[in-house]
Design a protein around this ligand. Structure first.
Ligand code: NI
Length: 393
């Protein structure tokens, strides 16, 4: 049995395919914003466009004097050339909805349609259509625009190909990792390839550094706490017979625990400085802090679980199978107010091997109905909690 009426489901599928056909990169989601506005208007829902540039915020009224429940979707696509062969494949060269944000936007619009039929919502509902999640900058920009003012709780979610359609994954605790980048510039002494004794070889220093950085996760961090240190770039040298005087390493650090995140970044710096000193090289270490870890608080995760059970039944509500070390900028909202982030099962048989951010990524459209039903349910369940608190104050 499908979670939303057939006519709404058909509309959602058509809408998702339109969004998929015309994907837009981070901070360029203007056409997408227009599609969102038109859909909301057709259900009598007012919205503000151009929020932080290309964001859209809509309000559905509920009991006055109660803080609102915020539901958030992301709207941007990725710089990837689509290779799915779908009939509604992207017509924008080199741009693709390869992370399912077309689905996220559509399911939240489905929830808006369902919520617009409700007469007495226990709390107002605010819908956030956030740009630029892929750049990790959209959430902060929306928060600066005041989208959390008067808000009590926030909920969001992501499609996930690891779980079958019709399931919702709800866990408390960390569900996404932090993401910080580092760069290490090594300044040694260039020389002739035949005269190594006259050099401080930046390639050798950099190589030792890369190997030593591997020991942070394997020897310094509690193995029960998931963490990653990856060096993605190593640039050095100009010719086979020239010893490089300079090298640059760039990498990323992931953690699910704020304390482990600090420890990883401190260790990267300490090891880089020690290896440089060992060989008489100079270094500059720079850290660019990205999104914090995404941590579901138990009380909000519990509300999310109740909503998921309402949407798909208890047998289809699953715990997170493994730690997810990807980042998600929803975590910035959770630094401000409580809430929870879930996953919607959307496995397509035969496409399990094509993860998000792959040129052949696709998802099962049943998830659109599941997502709409979940957001509809959580708006009411979370709203009731906020209403209760508002009365008892
Ligand atoms: Ni995504």
């Amino acid at each position: 049995m499908r979670q939303v009426p057939q006519d709404l489901y058909d509309r959602l599928v058509a809408l998702r395919r339109e969004l998929h056909r015309y994907p837009e990169l981070s901070w360029q989601e203007t056409r997408t914003a227009g599609v969102i506005r038109l859909f909301l208007q057709s259900f009598g829902i007012q919205c503000r466009t151009n929020v932080a540039g290309t964001g859209v915020v809509a309000e559905i009224s509920g009991k006055t004097g109660v803080p609102c429940v915020v539901l958030r979707a992301d709207t941007d696509a990725l710089p990837i050339q689509e290779e799915t062969g779908l009939e509604f494949a992207s017509v924008h060269n080199g741009v693709m909805h390869a992370c399912g944000h077309d689905g996220h936007t559509t399911m939240l619009l489905g929830a808006a349609a369902l919520l617009s039929q409700e007469k007495d919502l226990p709390a107002p509902v605010r819908l956030i259509f956030q740009p630029a999640e892929e750049k990790g900058t959209g959430a902060i920009a929306m928060i600066k625009e005041g989208v959390l003012e008067g808000a009590g709780l926030i909920f969001g979610g992501h499609l996930d190909r690891h779980y079958r359609p019709g399931t919702i994954v709800v866990s408390e605790g960390p569900v996404n990792a932090s993401s910080d980048n580092f760069s290490i510039e090594i300044i040694g002494q260039g020389a002739h390839g035949a005269r190594p004794h006259e050099s401080i070889d930046a390639v050798v220093v950099g190589s030792l550094m890369i190997m030593a950085l591997q020991t942070i996760v394997s020897r310094e961090i509690d193995p029960a706490r998931p963490s990653v240190v990856s060096v993605g770039q190593f640039h050095a040298g100009t010719a086979p017979n020239v010893i490089a005087g300079q090298a640059k390493l760039e990498g990323t650090v992931r953690a699910q625990d704020p304390a482990v995140r600090r420890q990883l970044l401190n260790s990267v710096r300490r090891i880089a400085e020690s290896i440089a000193q060992l060989h008489g090289a100079k270094i500059h270490v720079a850290v660019t802090e990205g999104t914090p870890p995404l941590i579901n608080q138990p009380e909000s995760a519990n509300m999310a679980r109740r909503a998921a059970i309402e949407a798909v039944g208890e047998a289809n509500v699953l715990p997170l199978k493994t730690a997810n070390m990807g980042a998600e900028d929803f975590s910035y909202y959770l630094e401000q107010i409580p809430g929870a982030y879930v996953r919607f099962g959307s496995q397509v048989p035969g496409r399990e091997g094509y993860p998000a951010h792959s040129s052949k990524f696709d998802f099962d459209e049943e998830a659109l109905a599941v997502g709409a039903a979940y957001y509809h349910a959580i708006a009411k369940i979370a709203g009731q909690q906020l209403e209760k608190k508002a009365i008892s104050v």
